[in-house]
Design a protein around this ligand. Structure first.
Ligand code: NAG
Ligand code: NAG
Length: 169
């Protein structure tokens, strides 16, 4: 049954390839901070940030023009006090993209004038890919790209293929 074997191997290669692609790229989402309002005054960023679930590999896009605003990632303490001198990350060139590369808590403020104390700030918690609950995929909205396929499901499928393949050979 050489032909049968070839077909199974072909299937395995296709599925593994698809899985690798999904885990690398398609899973990542980019969130436009503040939706259509972008990064500016008079937006409730706490309410905005609560709408999504963030995973490692996702990114935030801050839409603004220089020099009106800046994007600073700060510590929890500096976030509370709106302290700008100690930033972990800082950019003011306009249209900042920030990669959420690792799980954990992130705090962002605007470093211009009194914008931070006027609530131009928010915090998000990036979950580990495995603990994220895919249960509530929220309403699809134009200000976010949603995650389409859960890699966990894909992995289970791959694990299912292994005994199938050994049974056939
Ligand atoms: C912003 O939204 C949060 C969450 O919905 C709410 O608790 C808070 O009171 C709002 N802040 C203002 C200034 O409206
Ligand atoms: C910033 O991003 C917005 C939205 O993607 C775009 O329309 C605008 O042209 C960008 N501005 C600059 C200076 O790149």
């Amino acid at each position: 049954m050489a032909g049968g074997r070839a077909v199974v191997w072909w299937l395995v290669v296709v599925v593994v390839g698809a899985a690798a692609m999904l885990m690398n790229g398609a899973h990542a989402a980019q969130y436009n901070v503040g939706g259509d309002s972008g990064w500016s005054l008079n937006v409730n960023y706490t309410a905005w940030a609560e709408k999504y679930e963030y995973l490692p590999g996702d990114s935030l896009f801050f839409k603004y023009t220089s020099p009106s605003h800046t994007v600073l990632q700060v510590t929890k303490e500096d976030y509370k006090e709106c302290k700008t001198s100690n930033a972990l990350f800082s950019d003011g060139k306009g249209n900042t993209t920030f990669s959420l590369s690792a799980e954990g808590q992130y705090w962002f403020i605007c470093g211009v004038g009194d914008h931070c104390s006027k609530e131009m700030k928010f915090t998000i918690n990036v979950l580990s890919s495995t603990s994220a609950a895919p249960a509530s995929p929220g309403p699809s909205s134009p200000d976010s790209a949603s995650n389409i396929i859960n890699p966990i499901h894909l992995l289970s499928f791959l694990l299912f293929l292994v005994p199938l393949a050994s049974f056939l050979f």
